[in-house]
Design a binder for this molecule. Structure first.
Ligand code: GLY
Length: 576
């Protein structure tokens, strides 16, 4: 009775309730506690023509506004991305970077890489030198990489959109001027950030982002950020990278001990890359290439498990979790050594995503937890956000944006309201030892700090096709947990036949090789944990795998679009 799905049939064999209602009830029953994430799982939103799903209603509405104004999925995704940076600034925004995976109705696909770069003065020992302040790679000026978001989103609209940059920026400017209600998800961060040491060290961030007395219903206005967005709308993206905004960014960074220069900003260029492509049980997957680790790692896992009968072992069962966790361990071990910025190192993508490599790794997986040797990497991330868009013409965009940790470096540019990233911590910052999360580095990693290099990411915007037609669009926030959460959502939908809302809501687990343990969301039945422990796994129960998948599924028969925001976040799916 360990599978959550088999629990449904045992507890409610003749139930007239919809399967999802039963699933939610079982999750509540099994966890012994109210789990608001699943209790709030909505029916999918439905649309005949278009769909936008994001973790914030303001961003979803921005995307819908563009579609209704005649824009395409790229216009909608860019407008939603700018608006999300205003509505959820602790996660993403113009002080950070992101990835857009674009698949056009005519069959063209591109991976637009707007990842931050290391400043030119960065060195491999940037974070291991004597005399650095504590947490230098995560807090303050030294943590800041050259932001890529503005250049990347502007390029997307110019190359693949139909509206002007000013049009797609309009909803974000409005949101910054009129203000956005904090919301329950963001209010969760208040206890973390309103600590006296943050308020004293980063007064501008504290004043704008979490002034005293802030609650979930507080309306937050960001007039300085509105001014910045208006200037970009008026003068174009170079206004961010040159002139008074660039000078203010550099001044704020250097005042906080950073090394970013106006030359770094002036030199920043987004990249157009080939998506990484794979197959899984008759599906074609398009996902993000390095400097994302997401696409390669996810395809490696899918290849390893492809020949196993997942349908027979069942969603949420210890047999499925064991197999997927073992596959994750091997794929994440490859990630730690081989993956990094392809502009700086030869990345063996073809070998890593080959069926032959997967077969070799599958042969090493037995009935018990196996030892996989190698280094580890960063654990946690709440400062990222994903949105998915599909339009009436058949274009689709999966966008994930990030400033890395919650509130990034905590440095806000005075007068311009730009909250700057701490993406430098996504490099291996200490090749000899462990980083601040207790994670191990490695001297032969492809992800060591180098000037101008992009840090390795886990962001995994993904588009699934079948017979050349759109079937699924998804992505998530959550650092390395992004990879597992997107992977599980695909398995839930395609292998275990869940609708998109169930697939997004269903309890998740995570394994990332180091630390060598499975994290299991609390809604899993206790006997699943016991069975995994009996196989030799260390299991850590967590309230929530801190991810937020935003997904769209296309009904292969009718073409209807179904959208589901993650109930673990404050999102909204809207279609028409
Ligand atoms: N900063 C999170 C990621 O890129 O994976």
């Amino acid at each position: 009775m360990e599978s959550i799905r088999s629990l449904i049939s045992v507890l409610a064999p003749n139930s007239v309730l919809a399967p999802k209602t039963c699933l939610i009830a079982v999750c509540l029953f099994a966890s012994g506690a109210l789990m608001p994430a699943y209790a709030a799982a909505p029916e999918p939103a439905r649309g005949e023509r278009a769909m936008v799903v994001s973790p914030h209603a303001v961003a979803t509405e921005a995307g819908i506004e563009m579609l209704e104004a005649g824009g395409n999925a790229v216009d909608a995704a860019v407008a939603a991305a700018f608006a999300l940076g205003v509505a959820q600034p602790q996660s993403t925004g113009i002080g950070g970077g992101g990835f857009l995976l674009i698949r056009l109705a005519d069959g063209r696909a591109v991976a637009l890489d707007a990842r931050e770069t290391a400043p030119a003065a960065a060195t491999v020992d940037l974070y291991t030198r004597e005399g650095l302040p504590p947490r230098a790679s995560t807090l303050g000026g030294l943590a800041i990489g050259t932001p890529g978001m503005v250049a990347g989103l502007a390029l997307a609209v110019e190359e693949y959109g139909t509206l002007s940059l000013a049009q797609v920026l309009a909803p974000a400017i409005r949101a910054a001027e009129d203000g956005v209600v904090f919301g329950a998800y963001q209010a969760r961060f208040l206890g973390f950030v309103q600590r006296p040491e943050f308020v004293a060290r980063f007064p501008e961030t504290a004043r704008i982002q979490f002034p005293p007395g802030t609650t979930a219903s507080t309306r937050k206005r960001q007039p300085e950020l509105a001014r910045t967005l208006r200037k970009i709308a008026q003068d174009g993206p170079r206004a961010f990278y040159e002139g008074e905004i660039a000078e203010a960014i550099v001044a704020a960074t250097q005042a906080n001990g950073g090394i970013l220069t106006t030359a770094d900003l002036a030199a920043y260029q987004p990249r157009l890359r080939e998506p990484v492509r794979g197959t899984y049980r008759g599906l074609e997957l398009l996902t993000f290439p390095p400097p994302s680790s997401g696409g390669v790692t996810m395809l490696e896992v899918l290849n390893i498990i492809e020949a196993d009968d997942l349908a027979a072992s069942g969603a949420g069962s210890s047999a499925s979790i064991h197999l997927i966790a073992e596959a994750l361990k091997w794929a994440f071990a490859d990630r730690a050594v081989h993956l990094g910025d392809p502009d700086f190192a030869e990345i063996p993508v073809a070998r890593l995503i080959s069926k032959a490599h997967a077969k070799e790794l599958r042969s090493r997986i037995g009935e018990r937890a196996g030892a996989v040797e190698g280094p580890g990497y960063a654990v946690d991330d709440k400062g990222t956000a994903h949105l998915s868009v599909a339009d009436a013409a058949g274009n689709a965009v999966a966008f994930t944006g990030t400033i890395n940790g919650p509130f990034g470096s905590f440095v806000t540019v005075p007068g311009w309201g730009i909250l700057l990233n701490n993406e430098m911590d996504d490099f291996v910052t200490d090749p000899e030892g462990t980083n601040l999360y207790g994670l191990q580095g490695r001297r032969d990693s492809a992800n060591l700090v180098e000037p101008g290099k992009r840090p390795l990411s886990s962001m995994s915007p993904t588009i699934v096709l079948q017979d050349g037609r759109l079937r699924f669009v998804a992505g998530s926030n959550g650092g390395p947990r992004i990879i597992t959460s997107v992977l599980l959502t695909l398995l839930h939908h395609f292998d275990w036949d869940m609708d998109v809302a169930e697939a997004v809501s269903f309890p998740r687990f995570h394994h990332q090789w180091r630390p060598d343990r499975i994290q299991l969301e609390g809604a899993h039945p206790a006997d699943v944990q016991m069975a995994l422990e009996a196989r030799g796994h260390e299991v850590k129960r967590v309230d929530e795998i801190t991810t937020g998948v935003q997904a769209i599924a296309v009904d292969p028969e009718t073409g209807e679009l179904r959208g589901a925001p993650d109930p673990r976040r404050d999102g909204l799916a809207k279609g028409y």
